[in-house]
Design a binder for this molecule. Sequence first.
Ligand code: C2E
Ligand code: SIN
Ligand code: SIN
Ligand code: FE
Ligand code: FE
Length: 649
Amino acid sequence: MPPNKPERSSRRKVTLRELSDLYDRLLKREAQLRAALYSIGDALMITDTDGSITLMNPAAERLTGWTESEALALPIEQVFRIVDEDTRAAIENPVTRTLRTGTVVRLHHRTLLISRDGREIPIADAGAPIRDESGDMTGVILTFYDQTLARAALQAAQMAREFAENIIATVREPLLVLDSNLRVVSVNHAFYRLFRTTPEETLDRQIYELGNQQWNIPDLRRLLEEILTRDSHFDGYAVTHEFEHIGQRTMLLNARRIRRSSELILLAIEDITERIQAEQKVQSHLRRLRALRTIDQAIISAFDMRVTLDILLEQIRTHLHVDAAALHLLDPHTQTLTCAAAHGFQSRAIQQITLRTGEGYAGQVALGRRTMFLADLRTFEQNQFHLSWMHPDTFVSYCGVPLIARGQIKGVLEIFHRTRLDPEQDWFDFLEALSMQAAIAIDSVESFETLQRSNAQLVLAYEATIRGWAHALDLRDRETEGHSQRVTELTVQLARAAGLSDEQIAHIRRGALLHDIGKLGIPDSILLKPGSLTPEEWVIMRRHPEYAFGMLSPIEYLRPALDIPYCHHERWDGTGYPRGLKGDQIPLAARLFAVADVWDALQSDRPYRARWPREQALEYIRSQAGKHFDPEVVELFLKVIGAEADIAD
Ligand code: C2E
Ligand code: SIN
Ligand code: SIN
Ligand code: FE
Ligand code: FE
């Protein structure tokens, strides 16, 4: 440092001692100043008013490549060589400029220092004049520092920012960047697009003020503030809200602090409304499938049409969310629709309605075989019919669906709703699925009823056949007209008295009517022989129960009736034929029948003998109890024919 100009104290007398002290202080002070100048990180050079270097600190030595001792007294331009970074043109040295202007001079902002060994170092800073107490310039102090790192850092920061902004701009997910006050500092297009908003409405506002304050939720506030204070993050915070411009939506928020910044929060928003709706659709689909299964099961298990249709209408109301539903069946012969089931109506009037095809809504649906959807019945008021029967119901929306199975129209399903329905396609799809099921249900119930009817007809046909056979048998056997009929009546009476069921009795009736059907296999010469049979003839005659078994067992319908034709000649004591069964081995039906048959045979004329009187026949039956006949059956028989008195006698 150049020695300062003597102080004004020169005007007064100074003692040597004072002077010595002053010099000492000055030396100390200079040492302190030097130490300070040398220790600062910034480079520092001082020149005199000629621009010659008088001081240079180590930082300046490092940057310029000159040592202080080499540089001392050299002109500043030689040591401090600077050019414009872009143009490479020499820049006026700040020292020169300061000396010229006497003012503080800042360096050109893109200044390169060319060091002694040719390194180029971006630097910044300024030159300032040094003045003495009287204000005269005594030199220039030049400070500068290496900007390489700062530049690099700045550049890196710039790049990072651009990179981040690019990401934000290109990501399809709406993104917000918030500062530490939770103000919006950056927004991407996706955000503006999704929320139909503008930068003016968004940038620089607090997140809680955006839109209709949809993010102003205490929980969300807490989470965002936690991110700032604790470097936490959160994912999947769902907000369902009636958003401005876009309506009811569900947004999923993810937020985290931007790395290396304690100040910024990146907030990503995902609109999951559609995903939720899709999930709900899947759920409702599943529920609907289950509903279809319920109806299926109803169809399979309940052949009662009413039960099936009730289940169906209940499912329709539940799963289509409608107020009322009715089902009309079409009578194909009269072409009229009658209401078979109705749910959700306040009045019973709809159940009384009968419509011809073409008449009313339902009739039109049946005739046109097309679904009819009327979103607002009030606009069809000229028709008026809904007013007449609906009262006190007031329905707004109507849907009529034809029920078609195997190409045949089975009826019409009607749906009514008290408020306007604006259903989506999948509502109609489900309605169609339900309608198909309804049609199948009706069809299968009808088929079942038809089957039952044809079964009944078959039964009638069988019964007629059996009666015809029995009649023919009687005629062939030359028995009195009606033997089969009479033994049958008596056997049925005995069976009832024995407590047998109606079903068993039905089989017994058929068996009794056909008891001697096996005689069809016996030649007339034997069957109609006026006298006693020879042993050979007996062998043949005794085959008639087996013939009956052979004839009837292939007929499934008559199989349960076989006991009597096959076993009616077995005897209680085991002496009967064809198998010689004994006691309880003989089916009860056959035991019952045997008594009735012999009782009637004895009182009938036979080719081989004349009829017996009643008393003789009765006597014979009694005598055979426990031999030919089951004794209990004989007792029963005596009760049934009212002959107990005779026993008592
Ligand atoms: P059916 O004439 O219908 O007789 C049925 C059963 O009634 C006989 O079975 C027998 O148990 C009883 N029954 C009928 N008539 C008499 C009778 O005069 N005395 C006695 N004790 N019981 C009588 P059964 O004996 O096994 O005979 C089976 C069938 O064989 C008879 O049916 C009949 O068609 C034939 N039959 C039996 N005996 C003679 C006979 O002497 N001459 C001829 N032509 N046929 C006979
Ligand atoms: C109905 O369809 O349920 C009766 C009303 C009509 O269509 O006329
Ligand atoms: C039959 O099997 O139907 C004849 C009766 C019996 O088994 O004894
Ligand atoms: Fe017989
Ligand atoms: Fe008989």
